[in-house]
Design a protein around this ligand. Structure first.
Ligand SMILES: Nc1ncnc2c1ncn2[C@@H]1O[C@H](COP(=O)(O)OP(=O)(O)OP(=O)(O)O)[C@@H](O)[C@H]1O
Ligand SMILES: [Mg+2]
Length: 364
């Protein structure tokens, strides 16, 4: 299967820049996800790849085939790109059986009748829907329709599969199940896949790599682990997971030290943080602190060597079943933390390892 390369992609609508210099490569067989908040340009990027929109500039190619090279007059039309497309709305033809819905793209490609049947049944079998091949779409549940839409996306063996929020019409439980079978389907077929979602859990659990979009720009491209453990910017840190972002200033940065000491704004509290290149005394910084990396302890508990101890007060504690979620005040700053156990009393200690703190220079 070929790779998909997108270079210097720019797109604006009526003078408003929506995509600004987007670059990424999706490798052969990779599950690659465009993740970002609503309106950041994910669907527009996918539409440009599909050929449903023309970029203002940039290049798009799959393997050796150039789809777009900056000139709309030479753009390859959508139907000649051999891409599989699945969108949020299943868009099945209501008056056709499931089997016929799948046969249609094959018919358009002039595949013989016998081969159509073989390919349709094979694709339906892959999504466990073969037994419902003669039903009509309205006789299927949402999840079943979604499987059919997926099967239709792969039935003609496209070079690349493009999926835009394909699971968002399913309820939470069905989405969990659908994620699992979608991932194993993609593995089995081995198809290069570009997936669009604003759901970070979906992105993290499905993808080989994730591209985080914000305001029409790519902030970071990396494995789910890299995106979570070493977010490139405070925006990525804030978007993925639950991350407290605390303003401060580096008070001490010994040249040989593993950590620097940050004074946290007006709280009067100090935090040792693993140093990053370029960190220097007097620098204004933002410290990212993930809610689940904060350990809550009683005021009298002792911490291991090298672990920061910060004093906080409990403002609110809510029980979610799996854990307790705390809203805390850290010298007047609101922060959130999680704990598997409930802590009594208002005064609480936060135990924070220097390596669990993310350090960013503050950009004004
Ligand atoms: N045809 C269009 N005409 C004008 N503006 C558009 C058009 N399509 C998209 N936009 C604008 O471009 C921006 C990006 O839209 P896009 O659909 O790519 O976002 P998205 O990241 O897919 O968001 P969501 O998660 O809500 O689907 C938005 O501000 C949107 O309003
Ligand atoms: Mg969208």
């Amino acid at each position: 299967m070929p790779e998909l390369v997108v270079e210097n992609l720019k797109k604006s609508f009526a003078g408003n820049a929506v995509l600004e210099d987007i670059n990424f490569t999706v490798n052969d067989g990779e599950f690659f996800t465009l993740l970002g908040p609503s309106g950041c340009g994910k669907s527009t990027t996918l539409s440009c790849v599909a050929g449903l929109e023309h970029p203002d500039s940039g290049t798009i190619r799959v393997g050796d085939q150039i789809f777009f090279d900056g000139d709309p007059r030479t753009a390859v039309p959508p139907e000649s790109r051999n891409l599989g497309l699945v969108f949020q709305s299943y868009a099945l033809w209501p008056h056709m059986t499931i089997a016929y819905n799948l046969a249609l793209p094959l018919k358009l490609r002039k595949v013989s009748k016998a081969e159509q049947k073989r390919l349709v049944d094979e694709a339906l079998d892959k999504v466990d829907m073969l037994h419902l091949r003669d039903r009509y779409p309205h006789q299927l549940s949402g999840g079943q329709q979604q499987r059919v839409a997926l099967a239709r996306g792969i039935v003609y063996a496209p070079g690349v599969l493009l999926l835009d929020e394909p699971l968002s019409n399913l309820d939470a439980k069905m989405r969990d199940q659908a994620r699992i079978w979608l991932k194993s389907l993609q593995r089995e077929v081995g198809i290069t896949t570009v997936y669009v979602t604003h759901d970070q859990i979906e992105a993290m659990s499905l993808s080989d790599r994730v591209a985080v979009f914000m305001h029409g720009r790519l902030q970071q491209v990396g494995t789910p682990t890299a995106i979570y453990e070493t977010p490139a910017t405070t925006e990525v840190a804030g978007f993925i997971g639950r991350c407290n972002l605390l303003e401060g200033q580096i008070e001490e940065a010994p040249a040989e030290g593993r950590t620097v000491r940050v004074e946290l704004g007006t709280t009067g509290q100090r935090l040792h943080v693993v140093r990053r290149d370029g960190a220097h005394e007097g620098q204004n910084v933002t410290v990212g602190l993930r809610s689940e990396r904060i350990t809550l302890a009683g005021p009298a508990d002792v911490a291991d060597d090298g672990v920061n101890v910060l004093k906080a007060t409990v403002k609110h504690c809510s029980y979610t079943g799996a854990r307790f979620e705390y809203q805390l005040s850290l010298g007047g700053l609101d922060i959130i933390a999680e704990s598997p156990i409930r802590h009594e009393g208002e005064e609480i200690n936060l135990l924070i390892r220097p390596e669990d703190c993310l350090l960013y220079p503050t950009t004004i």
